[in-house]
Design a protein around this ligand. Sequence first.
Ligand code: SF4
Length: 207
Amino acid sequence: MGEITKIAVAPPIQVGGSLFTPEQLATIGAILGMNAKIEMTSFKQLYLEVPLEQREVIVEQLERTGLEVYPAGFVTKSLIACNFCKGAEEAGLAVAQKLNQSIAGIETPMPLKIGYAGCALGTSEPLLKDISVVKMRNTYEVFVGGEPKGLKISIAQSLRSGLSEDQLIPVILSLINYYKANAKGKEKFRKFIDRMTIELLQQVVAV
Ligand code: SF4
């Protein structure tokens, strides 16, 4: 057998949450065959192992069914969004989709989980993500430094509030870029936040 590579697959950001269609699941099964291992990750992506030389063809087949395909490993994961139960407009679906397109798959020192909640009820647990966005009526608040793993979990702290739609993506991108440029080796995002301090990061992302 030739070289194997891993790809990450997710349904689009949509009202209803992480919904797969029967066609999408059937396509994944047909592509991978009976003996494949399909991993359900904690960040709402399926990890599939595919032959490297067939990667492009497989990605096309998956995308034709409406699935989105991302790199696996040390990258920003696709946006971990809520179910938009308050409706597409009120919960900011279009903004979340745009944010996902801007951030998913960027190479980073350690994998980054970025969350989105369409209201302050935050049922998608935004404060347990590395970076998260919570829609507050007509503006957005950004939190950083959530860490759900281990015995010393930490809750994300507010970095910026009152952001407009136009300010939101530049703030998140400058935060990711600053982490990429200044992390010490494979420094975890949570530790990076502690070392840099919230005050300094607020200046970095000032828009
Ligand atoms: S965060 Fe708000 S809009 Fe999103 S699913 Fe939860 S309650 Fe609904």
